[in-house]
Ligand binder design. Structure first.
Ligand SMILES: *[C@@H]1O[C@H](CO)[C@@H](O)[C@H](O)[C@H]1NC(C)=O
Ligand SMILES: *[C@@H]1O[C@H](CO)[C@@H](O)[C@H](O)[C@H]1NC(C)=O
Ligand SMILES: *[C@@H]1O[C@H](CO)[C@@H](O)[C@H](O)[C@H]1NC(C)=O
Ligand SMILES: *[C@@H]1O[C@H](CO)[C@@H](O)[C@H](O)[C@H]1NC(C)=O
Ligand SMILES: *[C@@H]1O[C@H](CO)[C@@H](O)[C@H](O)[C@H]1NC(C)=O
Ligand SMILES: *[C@@H]1O[C@H](CO)[C@@H](O)[C@H](O)[C@H]1NC(C)=O
Length: 381
């Protein structure tokens, strides 16, 4: 962030809207740990391709060559990458890392960009009832919490391993929430520092508070949650290659759990967009989605159009594909088995799943033709 004068002038001169990245989220690497009785340790470490899985590599050519996307965001679980016995930091479970790395390199070898997504809500050590369990990273009042320095070390190690792969994007953390925004800023900054200290120069995505919701950017989303807008502009990236990470659903409570779309992008993102403009920042919407109904078709189309029309937005990925969803729906379903964005997906009634009824029907048509296809990931394309 804190763009240099020369880059500021360059962008003032060419303020045309430009989406450089478009694609989907791959969810599944974080699966298998939920416990209805909040039993800590449930599903850890878990069985690969049974309890958790990252990607069906056979779908990568479908996404990249047929569907013409250029970005896949791949979730993983911190407690699997850094087992509790090791603690959060530089020491990884090399088996889990190699499974994850196979998914990432399948994407980047196919010519697409891969977003590394620690799917942990800025928490570590107890994912049994994510998103609410686990100690908040950096919370010095919690003796069980990992420190901000451990988080910096973790990112330094992970980014170092990908330093020479220009097609990765580092997402600092999925959906922080219900924590001090000052602490969130500190954790985000530590991650940026760790990544840059490794020599990695790829794009970073930095989240705000309140599940990084765009509509609530200027709101206090809990008693100690100061608005993200009061803090996030203070982030410093020495090479100005960090964008704000935003999640924005279209349903009544912005949760992505309901079939009806009632919260359109233009009014709900107007504050965020003006804030981005004021601080000359870019944003990447790494989660959004809708059900297979006419209202959502219209709202999804309007959402992508809104990003096309506002040069603050540089990319998007839709929630979600993944090898383990089966007929379950990752988004916007009120409990109905609509299937997922995974190619070939079926709904629980045997009819076509969301891959057909939302991806092919609505979103694929909105993928820009001139996405970035080569070079290091960058907020400037
Ligand atoms: C992986 O994806 C391919 C292409 O869609 C599909 O034919 C195959 O059945 C999938 N494999 C699994 C294990 O889901
Ligand atoms: C590392 O991950 C593998 C694969 O999930 C698992 O079998 C193994 O038990 C894990 N090791 C630790 C220390 O968690
Ligand atoms: C969704 O909207 C439709 C049409 O307005 C309405 O009939 C239906 O009751 C709504 N469903 C829910 C769960 O709110
Ligand atoms: C979001 O959009 C809805 C529908 O136009 C509107 O009622 C609501 O006030 C908006 N919320 C915000 C935070 O702007
Ligand atoms: C957030 O911004 C919107 C749009 O400018 C404004 O209507 C709303 O009052 C603001 N909310 C707060 C809490 O400042
Ligand atoms: C949405 O998908 C479900 C499950 O496949 C299907 O029953 C329903 O008819 C679809 N709705 C529309 C409007 O296509």
């Amino acid at each position: 962030m804190a763009p240099s004068l020369s880059s500021t002038l360059l962008f003032a001169a060419s303020a045309a809207a430009k989406i450089y990245y478009a694609g989907i989220d791959e969810s599944g690497g974080e699966f298998g740990v939920y416990s209805s009785t909040a039993t800590k340790g449930t599903g850890l470490p878990g069985r690969f391709n049974v309890d958790y899985a990252f990607l069906n590599a056979s779908t990568v050519p479908i996404w990249v060559n047929q569907n013409k996307i250029n970005t896949l965001r791949v979730a993983f679980l911190l407690e699997r990458m850094c087992p509790l016995a090791y603690g959060l930091g530089r020491r990884f479970n090399e088996t889990y890392f190699s499974e994850y790395n196979a998914a990432i390199t399948a994407i980047t070898n196919a010519g697409a960009y891969a977003i590394l997504d620690p799917h942990n809500y800025m928490r570590y050590n107890d994912p049994s009832q994510q998103p609410t369990t686990g100690s908040i990273i950096g919370n010095t009042a919690d003796p069980a919490a990992a420190t901000t320095k451990q988080f910096e070390d973790f990112w330094n190690e992970l980014a170092g391993r990908y330093r020479n792969n220009p097609r990765v994007i580092f997402e600092i953390m999925n959906e922080p929430h219900d924590m001090s925004t000052a602490l969130l800023l500190q954790d985000d900054q530590a991650a940026i520092n760790g990544i840059r200290a490794s020599g990695a120069k790829q794009m970073i995505l930095a989240p705000g508070n309140g599940y990084t919701g765009g509509h609530s950017w200027n709101q206090s989303t809990c008693a100690t949650c100061q608005p993200s807008s009061d803090y996030l502009y203070k982030l410093k990236d020495p090479i100005d290659n960090t964008a704000i990470d935003i999640h924005e659903y279209l349903d009544v409570d912005f949760s992505g759990q309901h079939q009806n779309c009632t919260q359109p992008f233009p009014p709900n993102l107007s504050f965020l967009t003006s804030w981005l403009k004021k601080y000359q920042l870019k944003a990447f919407i790494s989660e959004f989605g809708g059900d297979n109904n006419t209202m959502c078709d219209n709202y999804l189309t309007q959402a992508v159009q809104y990003m096309n029309d506002n040069p603050e937005y540089i990319g998007w990925t839709a929630w979600a594909a993944g090898p383990l969803w089966g007929t379950n729906a990752p988004c916007c379903n009120d409990g109905v088995g609509l299937g997922s964005l995974e190619p070939g997906s079926r709904a629980s009634d045997g009819s076509p799943g969301l891959y057909y009824t939302v991806w092919l029907k609505v979103l694929e048509k909105l993928v820009p033709a001139n996405l970035k296809r080569s070079g290091i990931s960058s907020i400037h394309g």
